[in-house]
Write a protein that binds this ligand. Structure first.
Ligand SMILES: *C/C=C(C)/C=C/C=C(C)/C=C/C1=C(C)CCCC1(C)C
Length: 247
């Protein structure tokens, strides 16, 4: 019973002065709501778009489950839930690559494009984890972060200038529009993460990149923008494509 009251007290405390914990809490709710929205709306679309909306639902659902654990972990230990964070990312970021592929499939995208992007995203995340959790001293975080950043830019290159861009241009219409918006998400929205990394690890950048913001707060803001926003762009494209098809 006393555990029960301690839990209530700690949640109460969290809501008033622990703003990091609060962002985990709100993040969890937002991911749950978004997942429910995508799952419940998917049947209004025809087959091609239904799978894309399903993937948006899976991304936010997987995140909701991890936020549930991360919120608990933070409340119990007041330290970064790095492991849960990266497990979440290594599942959801490749799914975002799948999302790019699904959108471009109508334009004839090949599976190899998808695997190329998935491979790069896994390299980006595994090296990021190495810098954040394994090689945490000296030049370790800067070095591993740099490798991660190179993989990140390779993804940016493919979607902005490479094969993915050509396919989107061939498709035109709702596909091209959605692709363009998602490109901006990856260039600007995903750039939030290296900022969080620099705020939370030691390196040459420690003086410059200290925004006075906690790393987890930065990551949580990034996740809300990228996972929910990304899903909504896909949803918007599906609505647009469907309404032109119906007309
Ligand atoms: C839903 C989660 C998403 C979209 C996560 C994206 C994560 C990144 C783009 C992380 C990138 C990183 C770098 C580019 C360098 C430093 C290490 C990382 C892993 C934070």
């Amino acid at each position: 019973m006393s555990n029960f009251f301690n839990a209530i007290a700690s949640v109460g405390k969290m809501a008033t002065d622990d703003y990091v914990g609060f962002t985990f809490f709100v993040g969890c709710m937002a991911m749950m709501a978004a997942a429910a929205f995508f799952f419940l709306s998917m049947n209004q679309f025809d087959r091609k778009w239904r799978v894309s909306i399903l993937v948006s639902g899976l991304i936010t659902f997987i995140a909701a489950v991890h936020y549930w654990y991360m919120r608990d972990y933070w409340a119990a230990n007041a330290e970064s839930p790095t492991f849960f964070r990266y497990v979440d990312w290594v599942l959801t970021v490749p799914l975002m690559c799948v999302e790019f592929y699904l959108i471009l499939k109508v334009a004839g995208a090949k599976k190899s494009l998808m695997w190329q992007m998935i491979f790069l995203s896994v390299v980006m995340l595994v090296t990021g984890y190495a810098g954040e959790a394994i090689h945490t001293t000296g030049s370790g975080p800067a070095l591993w972060g740099l490798i991660s950043g190179i993989a990140y830019f390779a993804i940016v290159y493919i979607i902005w200038f490479g094969e993915a861009k050509k396919l989107a241009e061939n498709a035109g219409g709702a596909v091209l529009k959605a692709h363009k918006t998602l490109c901006w998400f990856v260039l600007v929205g995903w750039a939030i993460y290296p900022l969080g990394y620099m705020a939370g690890t030691e390196g040459w950048y420690s003086g410059v990149a200290n925004l006075g913001l906690n790393m987890d707060v930065i990551y949580n803001i990034g996740d809300a923008i990228n996972k929910i926003g990304f899903g909504l762009v896909v949803y918007g494209a599906a609505v647009a494509a469907q309404s032109t098809a119906d007309a």
